[in-house]
Design a protein around this ligand. Structure first.
Ligand code: GDD
Ligand code: MG
Length: 366
């Protein structure tokens, strides 16, 4: 089976983390999100994936270093200008004349793709959309259906009080080649605002498969942190990463990490290979990236440190993300959903609350 993964978005809500790394390559518990998604596709029989790209395409090529990921063959379709979700699919599908799975490149899910494909076949659908249920549907594509699953409307991001249902587009589709023919070539087209709303007018063409299991769009800072908490808790499998060893219940380590006897690790915690947690440091409900450092007396709570991030002495990090190679100076603090971009510096003694610190403007904020 073939799949197209849409990875062309700029990840604006996760800036500055996405200034140098596209959203799908940000790690979720020390594994690039996209690797988790490809592994999931592979486990359901997908053997060929086209990455539909526009923003920072070279980062994907460098990450995968070639055209293979496990048993999956990778192809890269690079848009010269953003073609939108449908335009991107049409462009990536050039030369493909068979059924494809399409995924947004930011959704973590436990969906049984095989069951969805069977549903799609039984209905003889041209397209099937995976739906999940959320509290507030206003940030998503809202999809009302008939009892047999036929889609009767597709309303992208409606005002909060105007969503007809809590079942939303979960960002995975099964598409027959007829759907590609509905999309004009080389222009910007949105599948959510144009293609699907129009398909509703053809009876029997568009169906929705409801699955109420684990689902998360990791595209905002809050959800990005949430994804880590969920993976550490075991919502997506017993191990947070395949190579993690459990030191004590809920405390995981990859490879050799240098963890002081006098450091406090409060589960759930994942410490990446080569990381160093010094005496008197405390880490709880957090992920420390490969070769990261949490120095003496520093505290890291409900946070995510990317590879090579350094938290100096007595600094305090809570509910925040510290990007690759970034440094939080001695006695500094980051809290309340602060994002520190790759290579950025939070000056010693300063405090950043709900802030965005990028390498270009690393500074002494507040
Ligand atoms: N190739 C390509 N070209 N990909 C793009 C483009 C583009 O021009 N624009 C966006 N994408 C990719 C993004 O990289 C992402 O993987 C996916 O398309 C969806 O874009 P988001 O920016 O994450 O959209 P969203 O989260 O606001 O809404 C979408 O996902 C929701 C579920 O998470 C919509 O599909 C909603 O209907 C849906 O409910
Ligand atoms: Mg999204």
């Amino acid at each position: 089976m073939k799949a197209i993964v849409l990875v062309g978005g700029e990840g604006t809500r996760l800036r500055p983390l996405t200034t140098s790394t596209p959203k799908p390559l940000l790690p979720i518990a020390n594994i690039a999100f996209l690797e988790r998604q490809l592994a999931w596709l592979g486990s359901h029989g997908v053997t060929e994936v086209v990455l539909s790209m526009g923003y920072l395409p070279d980062a994907f090529r460098e990450h995968f270093r070639g055209d293979r990921f496990g048993d999956i063959t990778l192809r890269y379709a690079v848009e010269e200008k953003p073609l939108g979700t449908a335009g991107g699919i049409r462009f990536a599908a050039e030369g493909i004349n068979e059924r494809v799975i399409v995924c947004n490149g930011d959704v973590l899910t436990a969906l049984d793709l095989g069951a969805m494909v069977r549903f799609h076949e039984e209905r003889g659908a041209q397209a099937s959309i995976y739906l999940c249920r959320v509290e507030d549907p206003s940030m998503f594509g809202v999809v009302p259906t008939r009892d047999d699953g036929e889609v009767v409307g597709f309303i992208e991001k409606p005002p909060r009080d105007q969503a007809p249902t809590n079942w939303i587009n979960a960002g995975t589709y099964v598409l027959e080649p007829e759907v590609f023919d509905r999309i004009p070539t080389r222009v910007n087209v949105s599948i959510e605002r144009e293609t699907f709303p129009r398909m509703v007018e053809t009876r029997g063409a568009l169906y929705a498969y409801e699955y109420d299991g684990y689902w998360l769009d990791m595209g905002t800072p809050e959800k990005y942190l949430q994804a880590h908490a969920d993976v550490l808790r075991g919502d997506l499998g017993a191990l947070p990463t395949p190579d993690a060893r459990e030191l004590s219940p809920g405390v995981w380590v990859q490879g050799d990490a240098d963890i002081s006897q006098d450091a406090l690790l409060d589960a759930p915690v994942l410490v990446g290979r080569g990381a160093c947690i010094e005496a008197g440091a405390s880490v709880s409900g957090s992920v420390v990236g490969e070769h990261g450092v949490v120095a003496e007396g520093a505290g890291v709570r409900r946070s995510v440190l990317h590879s090579d991030a350094v938290i100096e002495r007595d600094a305090e990090i809570s509910d925040s993300v510290v990007g690759a190679g970034a440094r939080v100076g001695a006695g500094a603090g980051c809290s309340d959903i602060t994002l520190v971009g790759a290579g950025a510096i939070v000056t010693a003694g300063s405090h950043v609350s709900a802030g965005r610190v990028s390498a270009a403007e690393s500074t002494n904020q507040r």
